[in-house]
Design a protein around this ligand. Structure first.
Ligand SMILES: Cc1ncc(COP(=O)(O)O)c(C=O)c1O
Length: 343
């Protein structure tokens, strides 16, 4: 049920029963905003901001995992996230006046200052910032913000997910490129995810305009047939996911499994032995039913389970072979956090 809130009759909130699975997100303490790190409540934009009105922002979602034994937060593929970010900014004619190394440094500083000693989520957004009416991006100023928050599981990864094929199609490359990770494109994701949730599913699988499987609302998809992993290719209207790369490498190096990139027809989903999603948000999430059809025997499959374990060992810094994926943030740096905040 939607109920008017007491303070404003035009503002609504949902009651607890309606929230099926909401990741635990705490308010950040600081944000990089206007070229410096400021207290989070000072990082504000006007309602006239171009990106707020037209969705002209490029963003990233980056996780860091806390390893208590090492007293260290390991940020996953930080460099690769910012390389993708800058490519996408170029696509959107957004200028970011920082190098990848500088963006990494600011991110590390925010994680140190946030002082969480728990898992962390970094959200950089570069956006068209002028307060102007009109969709052209010509002459419109650019801005950048980055904040760090806590972020629990985005979907329940301790059991298999029940998903549907969405009635919404993925935006095609010549409309809004899925690979661009542009804020406006997440209307497509929001429509698909919301439709799935209100219909009682955990997630949606979205088809591209040609009717082939693209991805989940905010994750890449893999199907398993025998001992082969299959995932849609870059011309199937997908985001070029970094977790997708991690999965492909772990499958090959640790399990001796090849991944084939090719288009997947909708009905092939029902034939699959296993299906799982891969993404920074969902991590590795098993799909055990699609459109009320069990996948395999309806339980988390052995390859998905093995990849999940390998993934968490790697991203939590427990497998020395994959340390190069991780940017460590030692907790002893926390001692200086208040000084940084004050400067
Ligand atoms: C639409 C979409 N596809 C795929 C992914 C997975 O990308 P990555 O593994 O780089 O997080 C995401 C982000 O999590 C996404 O939003």
């Amino acid at each position: 049920m939607m109920e008017p809130t007491s303070r404003n009759r035009f503002a609504y909130r949902v009651t607890a029963q309606e929230v099926r699975f909401v990741a635990d997100t705490a308010t950040p303490k600081y944000a990089f905003f206007g070229g410096e790190i400021v207290p989070f409540d000072q990082a504000k934009v006007s309602v006239m901001t171009h990106a707020f009105n037209y969705g002209t922002g490029v963003f990233e979602g980056i996780r860091g995992y806390w390893n208590g034994e090492a007293e260290t937060t390991y940020i996953v593929k930080l460099r690769e996230h910012f390389l993708r970010f800058l490519k996408n900014c170029k696509m959107m004619h957004i200028t970011v006046p920082y190098s990848v190394d500088e963006l990494m440094d600011v991110s590390v500083q925010l994680v140190e200052m946030q002082d969480m000693r728990g898992d962390v989520y970094l959200r950089p957004i570069a956006y068209k910032s002028s307060e102007t009416i009109g969709v052209s991006m010509e002459g419109v100023a650019d801005a950048l913000t980055i904040f760090a928050s806590t972020f629990g599981n985005y979907v329940d990864i301790d059991r298999g997910l029940s998903v549907c094929v969405s009635s919404w199609r993925r935006t095609e490359d010549n409309a809004i490129p899925a690979r661009a990770k542009v804020t406006g494109n997440y209307v497509n994701s929001a429509l698909a995810k919301n439709e799935a949730v209100v219909n009682g599913y955990d997630e949606a699988i979205v088809l591209n305009p040609q009717g082939f499987v693209a991805e989940a609302s905010a994750a890449n998809i893999f199907i398993v047939r025998g001992r082969t992993l299959i995932t849609p290719g870059f011309s199937d209207d997908i985001l070029e996911g970094l977790t997708r790369d991690i999965v492909t490498q772990l499958a090959k190096d640790e399990l001796g499994l090849e991944t084939r990139e090719r288009s997947i027809a909708r009905s092939e989903l029902y034939y699959a032995d296993e299906i799982f999603f891969a993404g920074t948000g969902v991590q590795i999430a098993s799909v055990t039913s699609v459109d009320h059809r069990n996948i395999g025997n309806g339980e988390v499959g052995p390859i998905t389970g093995a990849l999940q374990r390998l993934y968490f060992d790697a991203v939590k810094g427990r497998n020395p072979k994959y340390m190069e994926w991780l940017t460590p943030v030692k907790s002893h740096a926390l001692a200086g956090s208040e000084t940084l905040a004050a400067s």
